[in-house]
Design a protein around this ligand. Structure first.
Ligand code: TXA
Ligand code: MG
Length: 307
């Protein structure tokens, strides 16, 4: 059910969970001060309680109400990338409810850039929002994707198709440096231009505790099996506009090789299209560069193929 901005404000203040667009993906939103609604987010998404949520603020300055000591270069990062697709994990006290941070001494914050979202947050106060998909499924980048996962009656503030199309990049300050916990819409190269060094991707090492609980779970997966090596039996292909593929296959175009931004924008739509067409498997053309936003695209596709 599509709702207006004023309905969204009312529902959130009444303690309902609704879906809210951002420039990255749609979120499943509840007010930070409504414990019952936050609880409902975990129920609705079937999300493990040990996986914490991001708090979304309307303005960068609002961070001061939650975090007393900001890590080095916080100001430079916020100045360069907020509002925008950057999430920062910061040390907090009890200002952020335990349920939101899954008991951790840190919490994740971001200032989204979509003006509709910021207008909403100015009226409701901070919103906690995970991506608006059932746990494990591809994220939602259009209002209809939210309806696929939560039903046609679920309230959605329709902001159109999300321009970035992949989630925010998440950074943590650890051992004297910022590191990447989740690749996302901002590339390591963009972050380097502000930090002065390339932040490392702090992947989960075999047998070690994850830097972020999100690294433990299956993500972004369609029902179809994704194949990364050529298999003649796969009739579905996720590919690029400039390339030609063997005839007789159904090619779902991710976008142009000349535009990783376009590919990111279409990524979850393409994965969801496989399910709408009841595809059992699809071959993914992984022959693209491994730099900038392409690294995020490669990581999402590989994780979407994990069973
Ligand atoms: O673009 C985005 O970030 C979207 C939109 C809606 O803002 N949100 C999003 O939320 O992707 P979600 O819940 O799907 O992913 C948040 C990730 C999870 O992997 C979670 O484990 C991690 O952030 N996270 C949250 N708080 C954390 C913390 N205190 N320490 C480490 N990881 C944290
Ligand atoms: Mg998610």
């Amino acid at each position: 059910m599509r709702i207006s901005l004023s309905q969204a404000i009312t529902l959130l203040r009444e303690g309902e969970v609704i879906s809210v667009p951002t420039e990255t993906v749609y979120g499943l939103a509840a007010c930070l001060d409504k414990a019952c609604s936050i609880d409902q987010i975990f129920e609705l998404k079937q999300r493990p309680r040990i996986n914490p949520l991001i708090t979304h603020l309307a303005d960068s300055e609002d961070i001061k109400s939650y975090v007393k000591e900001l890590p080095p270069q916080f100001e430079a990062l916020a100045e360069a990338f907020w509002p925008g697709p950057l999430t920062l994990i910061l040390p907090v006290g009890d200002a952020v409810p335990t349920v939101v941070r899954a008991g951790l001494p840190t919490a994740a914050f971001r200032v989204p850039s979509l003006s509709l979202t910021r207008e909403l947050i100015r009226k409701t106060g901070p919103l906690v929002m995970p991506s608006a998909n059932l746990s494990g499924r591809p994220s939602a980048t259009r209002a209809e994707h939210v309806e696929e996962d939560f039903g046609i009656d679920f309230p959605v503030l329709d902001g159109g198709a999300c321009k970035r199309g992949v989630e925010s990049t998440i950074l943590i300050y650890k051992d004297g440096e910022w590191g990447i916990v989740r690749l996302g819409a901002l590339s390591a190269e963009q972050l380097q231009s502000v930090l002065g060094y390339a932040p490392l991707f702090l992947k989960r090492e075999e047998g070690e505790a994850p830097v972020s609980p999100g690294q433990l779970f299956r993500h972004y997966a369609p029902r179809a099996r994704l194949l990364f090596s050529r298999e003649p039996s796969s009739s579905y292909i996720l590919g690029f506009r400039e390339r030609s593929y063997p005839p007789g296959n159904r090619v779902i175009v991710l976008g142009a090789l000349s535009s990783p931004e376009e590919v990111a924008e279409n990524l979850y739509q393409a994965l969801r299209q496989l399910d709408l067409e009841k595809a059992e498997e699809a071959w993914v053309d992984m022959d693209f560069p491994r730099e900038g936003l392409w690294l995020t695209i490669a990581e999402r596709l590989i994780r979407a193929g994990e069973k």
